[in-house]
Ligand binder design. Structure first.
Ligand code: AMP
Length: 377
């Protein structure tokens, strides 16, 4: 079985690493350069979309911002899983919001904006403060504005107007500001036969809009809410593969922030913390193999390595610490790899995080600041 991944980044790489034991081969299509590459070595193995499609038994995606003609051509081959519609919903906030409405799951009140009149209506409908997000191409907090008071209306509009005019398809989605207590996400998988398995919720901390630490948590009430919304969205899309839902936790009530129709950064902890990792489960699902157990096997946190290409030896010496590099060229703020840190009994994970906070510089790893403060106390 040969799986073609649209996108040749770290998610394709980790799918490739999970594929070998299943006798599945993963190749990646770099959408920008239109080349087929090996997802681990980035060695070029071919050219052109038609050629890539020909070589594949199954086609899947590692990101949602893929030009629609590419998705449509893949779908026409009958090999694309999940569907082009599901992937498009993840890449267009208008489609995403319409999907959440159809699935009847809670999300922030919204209004789509193309013109200044739409903006005025959005302010009337939603009120201030408000969060404004580009409908297309936004990720990791990019393409967003905050409208905090009326005096900012004109300046925010001029910035949004430039964005809207950048393409006929572009628009802005205005959202009510949610004063959430924390952000959590649910990663799960739906098989071809409609079977669903979900992982435990992860609590996510972002630094400057980018995920910095993700920890699997046990909370029955939130887990149940998240699972029922996950099932509603996955069933509405007749989804196949791994899907992630990101939520705001507002005093014990979850609201969906966004969906990701793919393996997700907040699911990387499953490589060490769950019986079957998200990458293997995605491949199982799209290849029609029964899903693997999503059971938590040890408490785990995932820490993103941003803009660094080396780590102190002490990290490798710490038992329960697993480093995953992505083989990328160093660039400020770039996701270069992650560390999964596990604890086998109550309290051990917290002690390991405290230890890591003494090893790693808190400027480069701001996510560890709370544990660094504990040491200082
Ligand atoms: P997003 O790209 O939609 O995930 O947004 C990036 C970050 O902005 C989120 O992780 C939240 O921290 C924050 N954010 C997004 N939407 C809202 C909202 N409606 N209210 C408050 N904060 C938000």
């Amino acid at each position: 079985m040969q799986v073609l991944v649209l996108g040749a980044g770290q998610l394709a790489r980790m799918m490739s690493l999970a594929s070998a034991p299943l006798n599945i081969k993963v190749i990646a299509y770099d959408v920008g350069s239109e080349t087929i590459v090996h997802p681990l070595t980035q060695t070029k193995i071919g050219e052109g979309l038609a050629n890539a499609i020909d070589q594949a038994d199954v086609i899947t995606a590692e990101f949602e911002h893929i030009p629609h003609p590419i998705l449509d051509e893949c779908e026409a081959s009958g090999k694309l899983i999940p569907s082009a519609e599901a992937i498009k919903c993840g890449g267009d906030r208008r489609m995403e919001k319409a999907l959440l409405d159809r699935a009847q799951v809670h999300s922030a009140k919204y209004h789509a904006i193309k013109t200044k009149e739409d903006f005025t209506q959005a302010i009337e409908k939603i009120g201030i403060p408000m969060v404004l997000k580009s409908a297309l191409g936004g990720y990791d907090g990019k393409g967003q504005w905050r409208l905090k008071d009326h005096s900012q209306i004109d300046s925010v509009w001029s910035e949004m107007q430039i964005c809207i005019e950048s393409s006929d398809q572009q628009a802005i989605v205005a959202e009510e500001f949610i004063p959430f207590g924390r952000e959590v996400s649910l990663v799960g998988v739906r098989g071809k036969n409609g079977a669903i398995q979900v992982y435990p919720l992860a609590e996510n901390v972002h630094t400057d809009g980018v995920l910095s630490i993700s920890t699997a948590i046990a909370d029955n009430n939130l887990q149940q809410q998240a699972e029922s919304m996950f099932c509603a969205v996955a069933n509405e899309l007749d989804y196949c593969g791994v899907l992630a839902l990101e939520f705001f936790d507002l005093d014990g009530t979850l609201l969906v922030n966004e969906i990701a129709p793919r393996v997700h950064n907040s699911g990387h902890w499953t490589q060490q913390g769950a019986e079957t990792c998200q990458f293997e489960n995605h491949l199982r699902s799209v290849c029609g193999i029964p899903l693997g157990s999503t059971k938590l096997i040890r408490e785990t946190s995932m820490i993103n390595i941003l803009g660094e290409d080396s780590l102190p030896e002490a990290v490798f010496e710490l038992a329960g610490c697993h480093v995953h590099w992505y083989g990328k060229q160093k660039r400020a703020g770039r996701k270069m790899g992650h560390i999964n840190v596990c604890g086998d009994y109550s309290g051990e994970l917290q002690r390991k995080l405290t230890k890591l906070a003494t090893i790693l510089d808190s400027t480069s790893f701001p996510a560890l600041q709370p544990w660094a403060n504990k040491t200082a106390d």
